[in-house]
Design a protein around this ligand. Structure first.
Ligand SMILES: NC(=O)c1ccc[n+]([C@@H]2O[C@H](COP(=O)([O-])OP(=O)(O)OC[C@H]3O[C@@H](n4cnc5c(N)ncnc54)[C@H](OP(=O)(O)O)[C@@H]3O)[C@@H](O)[C@H]2O)c1
Length: 260
């Protein structure tokens, strides 16, 4: 049974893995045997998280700072991963923001500026698509791999001030399906994880800037009546990254404690 989830000898890139859900995913993938590229915009934070996970797991970590919202930084980022490891078996497009200027402040439709629109979509949608487009053919040439796009329950249901965020995540849902169709022939599986409320900096920002009491409201919206610990994403990422999901592609899985 253990072999189903074993990632020994595999290489994973997890964007936005210096903290929050991405850090938990990187730790889980390393615990399953993978070498992991740790990413965020801060080189110092990447190095610190890489050292921390290496100490816990004994796996090889590569700290690689890159702003995934910058189209032109992405090719060099991918090349550095291949230069180091010679392969990428798992890409997790996890980095994402709610409001790129103001933490998790809401942006009512009437207040959306061209700059914020472009920046949020660059991080949440363009970056993931560019990364996947550069890596999938190389994955395919090496025999296949798994791409996991991290979206949100907010992709399914709107909310005041959440139009840009939800639309960017809904767009990534659609790309998951199109990528799965385009790349099935080269054994590259593409799936989506749509989280509900997890206790990360994004949740703390929402509490501060969006609405005091936000985490209680989010917890009340789940069947389990709670906000999850980031490590509770690990089982789902291991499922999609490993052979445990070998016949699953183009799907999205909500990890929400029960939200409809
Ligand atoms: N937490 C939740 O309840 C929740 C719910 C639904 C969906 N999600 C989704 O889950 C993902 C992770 O969320 P989280 O709560 O873990 O967020 P978080 O705690 O705010 O962490 C975000 C991570 O992404 C990195 N990042 C931000 N902008 C980046 C950029 N332009 N380029 C590269 N890295 C960047 C951050 O590092 P730097 O700031 O140093 O760059 C950090 O490592 C996001 O896509 C989010 O939309 C979260």
């Amino acid at each position: 049974m253990h072999e189903l989830f074993d990632l020994t000898g595999k290489v994973a890139i997890v964007t936005g893995s210096t903290r929050g859900l991405g850090k938990s995913m990187a730790k889980g993938l390393a615990q399953a045997g993978a070498a992991v590229v740790i990413n965020g915009r801060s080189a110092e934070a990447c190095a610190a998280t890489a050292a921390e996970i290496a100490a816990i797991t004994g796996r090889e970590m590569l700290p690689l700072a890159c702003d995934v919202g910058d189209w032109n930084q992405i090719p060099a980022f991918v090349d550095q991963a291949y230069d180091r490891f010679g392969r990428v078996d798992v890409l997790v497009n996890n980095a994402g923001v709610n409001n790129p200027d103001l933490g998790s402040s809401p942006i009512p439709v009437t207040q959306i500026t061209s700059e914020v629109f472009d920046r949020l979509f660059a991080i949440n949608l363009k970056g993931p698509v560019r990364l996947a487009a550069l890596i999938a053919p190389r994955m395919g040439a090496a025999g296949g791999g798994a791409i996991i796009n991290v979206t949100s329950f907010g992709a399914y249901r709107g909310g005041i001030g959440l139009g840009l965020y939800g639309a960017s995540k809904a767009g990534l849902h659609m790309f998951t399906k199109v990528m799965a169709e385009e790349w099935a022939g080269m054994n590259v599986r593409v799936n989506t994880i749509a989280p509900g409320p997890f206790m990360t900096d994004m949740m703390a920002d929402a509490e501060r800037n969006l609405l005091p009491g936000f985490s209680d409201i989010a917890a009340a919206a789940t069947l389990q009546k709670r906000v999850a610990h980031p490590d509770e994403i690990i089982g789902t990422i291991l499922y999609f990254a490993s052979n445990a999901s070998s016949f699953v592609t183009g799907e999205d899985l909500k990890v929400t404690g029960g939200m409809f």
